[in-house]
Ligand binder design. Structure first.
Ligand code: RTP
Ligand code: MG
Length: 159
C-alpha cells in the first residue's frame, strides 16, 4: 500500500461515546474499517474536553442540536482514527450512512448508522466531509501528524 501513497486520501473518523460504550458495537465498527481495507494510520481513545468539542463543531454553533451534541460528545470516551484509502472521505461517509437515524434505518439499513444509530445525535460515528475539514480535524486530534510525510516516516518501521 505504501508504494503508492499519492493514490491514498486521508480522513478523520470518530467512534462516538454511544458506540464506544458498547464493546460489541465498537468491535463491529472496527471490523468494518478493516474489512473495507482502510489503512489505519493512527488510532487513539480519549475523553474530549467540552471546549475542544465546541471548537470542533463550531460550524454548528447556534443550531438547535449544538448544545446536546457537545454534551454528548464529551459524555464518555471516543475513539479517533486517521484512515487512508482511495477516496477515503466519501468511502467512510458511505459506510457510515445518513446522519439521521430514521433515514439511516430505512435507506441504508446495512450502514453503520443504519445498524447501530440510536438518535439523530447519538449516531455512532463521524467522518470528515471534505479535504479541508479532514486536514483541520486530523490536526485537532493528532497535532504531531504530518500529512505530507507520514508514509515516508513510517516506512523504515515496516521493513
Ligand atoms: P458528522 O459531521 O458527524 O460526520 O455527520 P454529518 O456531516 O452527517 O452531520 P452534521 O450535519 O455535520 O452534524 C454533525 C453531528 O451533529 C449531530 N446532529 N444532531 N437533529 C439532530 O439532533 C442532529 N443533527 C445533527 C449528529 O451527531 C451529527 O453527526
Ligand atoms: Mg458534518
Amino acid at each position: 500500500i505504501l508504494r503508492s501513497p499519492q493514490a491514498l486520501q486521508l480522513t478523520l473518523a470518530l467512534i462516538k461515546p454511544d458506540a464506544v460504550a458498547h464493546p460489541l458495537i465498537l468491535e463491529a465498527i472496527h471490523q468494518q474499517i478493516l474489512s473495507n481495507k482502510f489503512l489505519i494510520v493512527r488510532m487513539r481513545e480519549l475523553l474530549w474536553r467540552k471546549e475542544d468539542c465546541r471548537r470542533f463543531y463550531q460550524e454548528h454553533e447556534g443550531r438547535f442540536f449544538y448544545q446536546r451534541l457537545v454534551e454528548f460528545m464529551a459524555s464518555g470516551p471516543i475513539r479517533a482514527y486517521i484512515l487512508a484509502h482511495k477516496d477515503a472521505i466519501q468511502h467512510w461517509r458511505t459506510l457510515m450512512g445518513p446522519t439521521r437515524v430514521f433515514r439511516a434505518r430505512f435507506m441504508a439499513p446495512d450502514s453503520i448508522r443504519g445498524s447501530f444509530g440510536l438518535t439523530d445525535t447519538r449516531n455512532t460515528t463521524h467522518g470528515s466531509d471534505s479535504v479541508a475539514s479532514a486536514s483541520r480535524e486530523i490536526a485537532a486530534f493528532f497535532p504531531d501528524f504530518s500529512e505530507q510525510h507520514w508514509y515516508k516516516e513510517e516506512e523504515p518501521q515496516l521493513r
